[in-house]
Design a protein around this ligand. Structure first.
Ligand code: BTN
Length: 335
């Protein structure tokens, strides 16, 4: 299992020259341009090929970049990424048990805010409420980000809602689809689940030590296992795909950073207003399951702290801070 720390990547410079070159470029030119030996250039070309880049190389004409792999390689994600906080280090894996697990471990060992963990597949992807997250290789986004907000733990639900707004913005921007949010943070399209967010934190006394925000998004899945087929969907199934996972990841990092900075800047009320524009939960009859307990009524609003407000049969307004709306799925926009 190879981690890849891209900011220190020695390959990026070679790749950049190949990307920019309008015609094949000789090993000699590459070496001179980058201040490397020809042997060092050759080694880097081999490493790029091993990562999946298609590079034509002929002794007479030189090297030419023909195709970029459909992978979330750091060189691709960082290329033109317009972020100030969510900049990495970026840890990339072909396989990981769970990006949240890995990010939590990094955070516990002092990883800075903006650290990003990406996997092509997860063998133990986790969802909310102890569920599994189906994470087949090469078709989804499985990404976790480390944050270090200097805030009390009760701010966590607001961070989760903020993340969901960033996902909706991302999907709209890249695919034109308009997902709905099922409280608190399920992303739905045509009434089926497209993605989910798992936010976890460590605290010390009354302060957040770090937060790990994990996003799972079904992008190019052509189908789902039988037990999920009725309730899950992917962007490619909902619209004419396939979609670029790299573009989606970059867009999410940019949108999330924008919203996270606003959140830190006391602008959560505006973010909540946007969340309410996207939600499919408010105004509906809902049953929230909290373990064995069930609360049924009309979902009337979300409180400023992110709690769902349910008007129950007695007329009382009940605040629900955790749990899951049943039955799934709630019909979404376009359903
Ligand atoms: C849910 O809807 O239940 C939340 C799903 C969150 C899944 C993502 S995939 C990346 C990150 N790593 C995990 O193990 N889980 C989250």
């Amino acid at each position: 299992m190879a981690a890849h720390k891209s900011s220190e990547s020695a390959l990026g410079a070679v790749l950049q020259v190949l990307r920019d070159a309008p015609h094949p470029i000789s090993g000699e030119h590459l070496a001179a341009q980058l201040g490397l030996s020809r042997a060092a250039v050759w080694k880097r070309i081999q490493r790029l090929k091993a990562q999946g880049y298609t590079i034509e190389g002929s002794p007479r004409r030189g090297y030419r970049l023909l195709a970029i792999p459909d992978k979330l390689l750091p060189e691709e994600v960082l290329q033109g990424l317009n972020t100030r906080v969510l900049t990495g280090p970026l840890h990339y894996f072909e396989t990981l048990d769970s990006t949240n697990n890995y990010a939590k471990d990094l955070a516990a060992h002092g990883a800075p805010e903006g650290t990003v963990v990406i996997a092509e597949t997860q063998t133990g992807g986790r969802g909310r409420l102890g569920r599994d997250w189906d994470s087949p290789p090469g078709v989804g986004l499985y990404v976790s980000v480390v944050l270090r907000p200097q805030l009390p733990p009760l701010e966590l639900p607001r961070i989760t809602l903020t993340t969901a707004v960033a996902v909706v913005r991302t999907v709209r921007r890249v695919t034109g689809l308009a997902p709905g949010i099922k409280w608190p943070n399920d992303l739905l399209v045509q009434g089926k689940k497209l993605g989910g967010i798992l936010t976890e934190m460590e605290t010390e006394s009354d302060r957040i030590r770090h937060v790990v925000v994990g996003l799972g998004l079904n992008v190019n899945n052509p189908n789902f296992p039988p037990e999920l087929a009725a309730t899950a969907t992917s962007l490619a199934l909902a619209a004419a795909g396939p979609f670029s996972r790299v573009d989606l990841l970059k867009a999410w990092l940019e949108e999330f950073e924008d919203l996270y900075e606003r959140f830190l800047n006391q602008e959560f009320p505006e973010i909540l207003t946007e969340w309410k524009r996207y939600t499919v939960t408010l105004g509906r009859a809902v049953t929230v399951k909290q373990g064995p307990r069930e609360i049924s009524g009309q979902a009337v609003d979300v409180a400023p702290d992110g709690a769902l407000l349910i008007r129950v049969a007695s007329g009382e307004l009940v605040q629900v801070t955790s749990g899951e709306i049943a039955p799934e799925p709630v019909p979404g926009p376009g359903a």
